[in-house]
Design a protein around this ligand. Structure first.
Ligand SMILES: CCCCC/C=C\C/C=C\C/C=C\C/C=C\CCCC(=O)SCCNC(=O)CCNC(=O)[C@H](O)C(C)(C)COP(=O)(O)OP(=O)(O)OC[C@H]1O[C@@H](n2cnc3c(N)ncnc32)[C@H](O)[C@@H]1OP(=O)(O)O
Length: 177
């Protein structure tokens, strides 16, 4: 039976060693991109599609207003970067890794409008193997901001590096002091 990709993917995509521990998303999440607990955040909500493990995607429908203005009537370039970073980072969890952005590049193809419904899409591109053939730490992803008709306004490519889960514990401890 094929998977219904219109439904949210609610599987708990975490390493087995994290069973029993809340993920970042399950705690009071202040992430600027997706955290419900951040009153100034973007509150982005993504639906992931893992039906093809070679082409995992994360999609978000969103619309911003003047709070995020750069060029008149358009989204600030730094916010465009944050949107693309967020979309790409949303691919790490379905890939069962904790990973941080090491490098990203952006093509700002067209100004991105405020007050219009837009689509934000992250696509997993590749995870090169290490020299010994074992899975590598580098994850290459792509992000796009599109108009509903598919016109691409901005596109990113990102390198994410898988990190040790202990770093996550250290980061969370810092937020609790
Ligand atoms: C103590 C606090 C820690 C807190 C962390 C906690 C949790 C984070 C987990 C997940 C994120 C959670 C939620 C999502 C939040 C936001 C969503 C957006 C995502 C982000 O916004 S997240 C913030 C921005 N992000 C950073 O704040 C990263 C700062 N940074 C570092 O923390 C290190 O930089 C790190 C750990 C990334 C890597 O450090 P490292 O030492 O482990 O790795 P290393 O340097 O060895 O690089 C590995 C291999 O990448 C190659 N390489 C390097 N640069 C390259 C390039 N440009 N092109 C091609 N290859 C390149 C090297 O050549 C090497 O390759 P090789 O292994 O083959 O030699």
């Amino acid at each position: 039976m094929s998977k219904d990709t219109t439904l949210p993917d609610n599987a708990r995509h975490t390493p087995i060693s994290m069973d029993g521990n809340p993920t970042i998303d399950e705690r009071a999440n202040h992430c600027f991109g997706c955290g419900p607990a951040n009153p100034q955040g973007l509150h982005l909500h993504f639906t992931t599609d893992t039906s093809n493990p070679q082409a995992i995607t994360a999609t978000c429908h969103f619309q911003l207003d003047r709070m995020h203005e750069g060029p008149p009537g358009h989204i600030h370039g730094g916010i465009v970067a944050a949107l693309l970073d967020e979309a790409m980072s949303k691919l790490n969890r379905p890939l069962n890794v904790l990973a941080m952005t090491r490098h990203m590049e952006i093509d700002y193809l067209r100004p991105v409008p405020l007050y219009k419904p837009l689509v934000l899409i992250g696509r997993h591109l590749s995870r090169p193997a290490k020299a010994d053939g074992t899975p590598g730490r580098k994850f290459f992803h792509q992000g796009e901001i599109q108009l509903p008709d598919g016109t691409v306004l901005a596109r990113s490519k990102g390198l994410f590096i898988a990190i040790d889960e202990k770093l996550l514990a250290a980061g969370l401890a810092q937020t609790e002091t």
